[in-house]
Design a protein around this ligand. Sequence first.
Ligand code: COS
Length: 379
Amino acid sequence: MNFHFTEEHRMIQGLARDFADKEIRPLSKEIDKSSNVPAELIKKMAELGFMGIAVPQEYGGAGMDSIALVIAMEEIARACASTATIMTVNNSLACEPILRYGNEEQKKRFLTAVASGKLLGCFALTEAGAGSDAAAIKTTAVKDRDSYILNGSKLFVSNGQRAHIAIIFAVTDATKGHKGISAFIIEKGTPGFSIGRIEEKLGIKGSETVEFIFDGCCIPQENLLGHEGHGFKVAMDTLDAGRLGIAAQSLGIAQACLDAAVRYSKERVQFGKPISNLQAIQFMISDMAMEIEAARVLTHRAAYLKDRDGRFIKEASMAKLYASEMANRCAYKAVQIYGGYGYIKDYPVERYYRDARITTIYEGTSEIQRLTIAKEILK
Ligand code: COS
């Protein structure tokens, strides 16, 4: 394994860092306050190729690899975790399954538009009664000549309001358990497809989280993604890739916490000297820095394995589990170092603390990651 970045990786890191510093960070407080990432910002990211980094150029992407994707994700999340959520959902949960399971027609029609950022995509698996137990979904898709009729609802869909297309999962044969689930691509505006609740959340406020309702929604059979009955596999494979994105997002949040803690501890004077002189603060900063490095190695290695031999389930879960829990520890320490100032909105660590919290939950809780790791080791 090579610990040096390639020229291409250095280039995407520089580009993403520069864009995040100049265009995203100045807006991040307002994004949180207004619960909205401006569409104009996403448009600029699309122009830089950030919405389909690992998608081949012939399908509208930047034609880079998964390491480039996690490097860029970390830089964007370091400036604004909400913006990073929009980016990771589009790259990993919308582009990835179409690239992997879509036919040529679907790639030309949907992937090209989503990877180039002309359209945005989202992913709808979770339901009120099916979170960690993803195979328990109840939304149905009934074949009717050359169409499918969808009925049911989906919960907690990230980017669900702004997305133009959705990858959704529904039961096509209730007698077959997880082998009776199929994946579909659905376009916004399809009659019978509407948005229900828009959730009020603790963090990641700039990326909306919504409910989808399907009421006799008729979609053409050409929108079946992969084969009938293979939807659970599509969902699991997609989430493996998505977990790399959340690991990278967690890294970005953690790095932002460390950056802020270092800056503040050098400025804040107590007992006649900057608090960075105090061993109690130094120990927290050391632990943050060490854990970030460890998470980065896990994340980059999982991305490397994804690109090389395709088998990275365990490594993706390890990276997601470790990086997300680490980000929460870093956010806790950053608030602790800021003291009372960490608890108010004048400084960004209060937002980092709230934004970090979901990373151990979405795209599979820490408990599901542990199950997945154990299953891979014990099989
Ligand atoms: N990657 C690829 N395939 C996977 C997989 C993974 N991470 N996890 C399970 N599978 C496959 C299994 O290999 C099995 O394949 P076969 O049908 O060929 O045997 C199939 O999926 C069913 O696996 P399993 O029997 O383990 O299914 P369970 O229903 O017991 O549990 C878990 C599956 C819990 C792992 C799954 O439901 C899960 O990941 N849940 C979390 C869902 C999630 O992340 N939701 C967040 C949505 S985005 S907010």
